[in-house]
Design a protein around this ligand. Structure first.
Ligand code: GCB
Length: 600
């Protein structure tokens, strides 16, 4: 199969690429065994020949595309296929790779009836070399089976609960229980592509940067795949594509006098400045953008390029009408425009790694990213055993492999709101956090997002930055805005006494039904959201003189959740509606963030 790297598939003078996005044929296997596709070998012929099919867009979640409730809530195997052509121009002396940027959750892929790969996990890319399986100048069939079932050892974890009382439930009745607060969308969520490279090719690139005395050091390693390269040419280009340095080695250290640094929005003029490492390995050319910046965490500061960074943030979701978690460029552009409008300089990829197209914009627009793994809802002992740890480490290494060169990524978050008071959490988080720190060649800071009390948490001791989710005035003491500042203060003191580390409040927020008003405010009104945020800000303004290095509202926008009596068609804690229209809280945040950035 492929090599060690997972470079974003980019075209160049030596690389072609062909999107397999569009309408695919689709069928959910709702047979009683839920296993008919495997029994009947559905990958051997086009799906249309083995049963009914519908048109299904790729990329998209399948759930919200039809009017069929059983498909929206489907748990099990869904099947996709489509045909495509490849010209013989792709045949000679080329390596051809079939790549899925993500599919949720467990995936098998067949090409022309032969299995080419499988992947365990919903949010990261996987690919395989397929040149030996393609029919050139004639039709090819790609078939995909995807299972969205979550189990105690998947990330995120979940359980399947069977109902055995046949007086109340039909035989075999089961439900998928989730341990997270968002809809478990499934399907082919991101691009599917076929791309070509020469036989000897650039397999991986790792770039580390450092700055000392106004000299930038760029240390890189290139992994060549497919054989020993005849020549290597590495060229470091600045943003105007002027050559800054060159080398003919696979690994080297280059220097740049007075480099332009990568800065997040609001800290400097060179926002999102990137250089490019142009790598030519025996004629295979790959251009890897990167930024020069440093990160250092002290007892009470988060330093970017040795200047204190204060995160004016929001947590997000990949979520929108119709598409669910499907990639959509219009949505991405709109989201970044709304982030800028609010003055946001930092996002968290709650609660899973986002599409690379999103991180690419974060890199370019100078939005810092806390890159979070799908480790959300690790709540009980069945989620903290050795099998879970092993899978979590695998996911972390896939994430790091994909995102290691992205300057926007300033910290890894290995999990959201685990039960970190459990005995098993100590070994679990010690292992996963240490592995992540060691595995990242840049050794970025590592955290997990904590909602346990400082009184019984056992895992915060391993993080670099303490990240806290707190809902005073919402889940606790609902409606009591007057308690927020005091309670937050107590919480900060509790964690600071135990851990001399900077703190980010990674979540605080109140469900708000747009258009609902009341004076005086009550929960769910736009007024309550605004006042709630402002109460937190009072304490933030005190704490940011000292150890607080960031605040992040939950959430950027409303998002879909499973049915439940505490959610009215989704979670409504968005500053924006699901259609990205501002609620009152958005204006509070916009005023605050812009004032802080402008120093007013
Ligand atoms: C949390 C979770 C997030 C939920 C949020 C809420 O603490 O991290 O996934 O959506 O609270 O609104 O309850």
């Amino acid at each position: 199969f492929g090599g060690v790297g997972m470079l974003y598939p980019k075209e160049s003078e030596s690389r072609d690429s062909k999107f397999l996005d569009g309408m695919w044929q689709f069928r959910a296997d709702n047979s009683p065994t839920r296993n008919k596709g495997f029994q009947e070998l559905w990958w051997k012929k086009p799906l249309v020949e083995t049963g009914p099919v519908i048109d299904m867009p790729v990329p998209s979640s399948f759930n919200d595309v039809t009017e069929d409730k059983s498909l929206r809530d489907f748990v099990g195997w869904v099947w996709y296929d489509r045909s495509f052509y490849v010209t013989s121009g792709w045949a000679s002396g080329k390596r051809v790779v079939l790549r899925f940027d993500s599919a949720h959750y467990f995936t098998y892929v067949w090409l022309n009836g032969r299995e080419v790969m499988s992947h365990n996990g919903g949010h990261l890319p996987f690919e395989a070399e397929v040149q030996h399986l393609l029919n050139y100048d004639s039709s090819n069939l790609v078939t995909v089976a995807i299972n969205n079932t979550l189990s105690p050892t998947t990330l995120p974890p979940g359980t399947i609960q069977y109902q055995t009382d046949t007086s109340m439930y039909p035989p075999g009745y089961f439900v998928q229980n989730l341990q997270m607060d968002f809809f478990n969308y499934g399907g082919i969520h991101r691009h599917v592509r076929l791309y070509s490279t020469p036989l000897v090719y650039v397999d991986d690139i790792t770039i580390l940067t450092d700055v000392r005395n106004n000299i930038g050091n760029v240390t890189y390693t290139v992994v060549a795949g497919g054989g020993i390269p005849q020549f290597v040419e590495v060229t470091l280009l600045d943003a105007s594509e002027a050559v800054v340095a060159q080398s003919s080695k696979l690994a080297d250290s280059l220097t740049i006098q007075s480099p332009n640094l990568w800065w997040p929005f609001g800290m400097n003029e060179t926002v999102g400045y990137r250089y490019t490492l142009q790598v030519n390995v025996s004629g295979d050319v790959y251009r890897q953008p990167f930024g020069i910046r440093t990160i250092r965490v002290t007892e009470n500061q988060f330093l970017i390029n040795e200047k204190p960074f204060y995160c004016l943030g929001v947590a997000k979701h990949e979520d929108s009408d119709f598409r669910g978690k499907g990639l959509d460029y219009t949505l991405i552009a709109k989201d970044f425009n709304m982030l800028r409008w609010m003055g946001v300089n930092c996002i968290r990829t709650s609660h899973y790694p986002y599409a690379e197209e999103i991180l690419e914009l974060a890199d370019r627009q100078g939005v810092a990213v806390i890159d979070e793994s799908p480790g959300v809802g690790i709540k009980n002992d069945n989620n903290m055993g050795n099998e879970s740890i092993a899978h979590h480490l695998e996911v972390m290494s896939e994430m790091i492999r994909r995102d290691k060169n992205k300057p926007s990524v300033i910290m890894w978050s290995v999990a959201n709101e685990p039960d970190s008071s459990r005995h098993l959490a100590l070994n679990y988080f010690k292992t996963v956090i240490q592995y992540t720190r060691d595995n990242d060649p840049a050794h970025r800071p590592v955290t997990f997002v904590c909602s346990s009390s400082y009184k019984d948490d056992v895992a915060v001791q391993f993080v670099d930055v303490v990240c806290l989710n707190k809902y005073f005035g919402w889940y606790e003491d609902t409606g009591h805005l007057e308690l927020i500042q005091r309670q937050l203060h107590t919480w900060f003191e509790g964690f600071r006494t135990l851990h001399k580390k900077p703190i980010i409040v990674t979540e605080y927020g109140a469900d708000t039904v747009p258009g609902l008003h009341r004076a005086p405010s009550s929960v769910f009104t736009e007024e309550y959201q605004a006042e709630f945020l402002q109460e937190y800000h009072k304490e933030f303004d005190i704490a940011r003189q000292d150890f607080l290095v960031g605040e992040m509202v939950w959430n950027f926008a409303d998002f879909m959740t499973p049915d439940g009596i505490t959610r009215v068609v989704g979670n409504k804690k968005g500053l924006l509606t699901r259609q990205r229209e501002p609620k009152r809280g958005a204006f509070v945040i916009r005023d605050r963030y812009n004032a802080i950035i402008n120093g007013t």
